[in-house]
Ligand binder design. Sequence first.
Ligand code: SF4
Length: 337
Amino acid sequence: MTASLVIQTSFLGDMVLTTPLLAYLADAGPVDVVSTPAGAALLANHPAVRRTIVYDKRGRDRGALGVMRMASHLREARYDSAYLAQGSMRSGALALAAGIRERVGFASSAGRWFYTTRVPPIENMHHAARLLALGTRAPERTVDPDTLRPRLYPGAPERSAVDALLATARPGAPIIALAPGSVWATKRWPYFADLARAFANEAQIAIVGAEADRALAAEITATAPDAIDATGRLSLLASAELIRRAALLVTNDSAPQHLASAMNTPTVAVFGPTVPEFGFGPLASRSAVAGHDALACRPCDRHGPQRCPLGHWRCMREITPDAVASLARQLLSFGTS
Ligand code: SF4
């Protein structure tokens, strides 16, 4: 039995994409995860995880004192190996200070000087496969889709929250979930309201997102008044449960896309300034990507800038509602009318 510690304190999507690595490591022994408070909530009920250790690196655990306190806590568990799914100097230093003899991370990470095993990351590979390679130590371009698919496990509280939310849903209508938000403004496709109007008669529209996405949700409910607005009303894991119940998710290149991958919900992902080749495309078994392939300026940024550096934002403005609706209809089972 090998006791493993995975350190993942990046964005929520990264935590979702780390779950195939967690499942792989769990075959060899117990797996604990160091996570941000938000990431920890995503891992509730996960069968591959023995314990989630919350590391509030921007709050009560910030600074060198926080690292040392966390390191002393981790030291007690006597882990055999640490996997640096988040590659900062701080995470590497934490694993070293925790006395973990084997420390595995990417050769390109800032914290690589703290690692005992450096795995070469491969460009144009899905990030879930890159993270899995920390466990296998052998990056493989072709990974069985079932092994690569992330997984989350909503429980009874999440099911109850979604039951309550959907109490007013149209009976028998398939749910189309829309996720209009993104932290990066240029990644927000501007036509979700038009898409909602196109499907309003044949589906129950549900809007997924955080509190910060409420204004975007209001634009949608203005054109599709029957839409159920879940923004700011569900936990992340409950949002995953809502997406699980949907016939389709239409999303930007943002965290809900990864929730859909974890619940294997058919997905249309709209990519503007970024491209799936960065490693963050949908992994649901039925999925499609909308992107402006003819645009020379694209991609222009690994995350997506807050403003289009050229001012025209054609990468998103020129992806029409009809084009996305057509992809959506191809993935839905209720036809092409
Ligand atoms: S530069 Fe091109 S890819 Fe970048 S935001 Fe503007 S239109 Fe999109």
